[in-house]
Write a protein that binds this ligand. Structure first.
Ligand code: SAM
Length: 265
């Protein structure tokens, strides 16, 4: 707060508040949350999105690190809505929601961009069954997460995320929709839990294979996977019409799964 009592946004906390009501309405329209569901909102800020999330009349748990916004958020508190003032990356989410009886779990948030990946990873690694996440992220990140095989944005994080979720870029959001306007554009993405996940012999091995495959972006798979059984890798690649001269960006998720399973039999 400055001398005039105005809120002083903290750049270090990614405090760019959404002011465009059309964008807020579009976020809400992209999910079908029921009253007996639970929404987790990361970073409610002054409550721009929270206000719209309340329209679902669902259970709502918000996690906000900056206690200065308490005076804006207290109007939303009721028996179904609670704000936890803590760093989302440090909280034990399961503990925080253990008393709530809910059907489906959603994460809907205008994320603080400096911790986009850790937040998504935290939701993946906790033991909660997330039905969908609708997230405002930096536009470039949205392109990377939703990239199609063969495109320049397709990377290790794309494959990793697509193993768990169907990833869709919903719409672009220009920087002017925020106050203060950040110096990057944004986009809303939707991650929907895969109906049927690929079966893996060894998840850890699969994740390492992906990391190694994309280690040197310009190198082909023969170079990036030097320590692996390349004959077996080639057999699988050939079944996809590829060979060891291809780069990781042209290998689809299902092919990575097959390679990982072949090598970890
Ligand atoms: N939801 C609001 C909106 O749409 O206007 C604010 C979104 S703003 C982009 C990100 C919010 O995340 C800020 O309120 C910031 O204080 C909060 N935040 C930053 N780091 C956080 C953390 N580690 N845990 C929880 N909240 C955090």
């Amino acid at each position: 707060m400055n001398k005039l009592g105005e809120f002083k946004h903290k750049h270090s906390l990614g405090q760019n508040f959404l002011k465009d009501k059309n964008v807020l309405a579009k976020i809400i329209d992209s999910v079908d949350v029921k009253e007996d569901d639970l929404i987790i909102e990361v970073g409610p800020g002054q409550g721009a999105l929270t206000k719209f999330l309340k329209l679902f009349h669902a259970n709502l748990r918000c996690f906000e690190v900056d206690t200065r916004v308490e005076k804006y958020l207290k109007q939303f508190i009721d028996d179904k809505t609670k704000v936890v003032y803590n760093d989302f990356l440090k909280v034990d989410i399961e503990e925080e929601i253990k008393d709530i009886e809910y059907n489906d779990l959603y994460v809907i948030a205008n994320l603080p961009y400096y911790i986009t990946t850790p937040i998504i990873e935290k939701m993946i690694n906790c033991n909660l069954d997330v039905k969908a996440m609708v997230l405002m992220v930096q536009n470039e990140v949205a392109d990377r997460l939703s990239a199609k095989v063969g495109s320049k944005d397709y990377g290790a994080i794309t494959v990793f995320l697509n193993y768990y979720f169907d990833v869709e870029k919903l719409f672009f959001v220009g920087r002017k929709c925020f106050d203060p306007a950040p110096n990057v554009d944004s986009a809303v993405i939707k991650l929907s839990k895969k109906e049927k996940k690929y079966e893996l012999n060894n998840e850890e091995f699969f994740f390492k294979l992906i990391q190694d495959s994309f280690r040197m972006k310009r190198k082909n798979i023969r170079n990036n996977l030097k320590g692996y059984d390349l004959e077996k890798v080639l057999t699988i690649l050939e079944s996809y019409g590829l060979d060891l001269t291809c780069r990781a960006e042209s290998i689809p998720l299902s092919c990575f799964v097959d390679i990982a399973n072949e090598l970890s039999k």
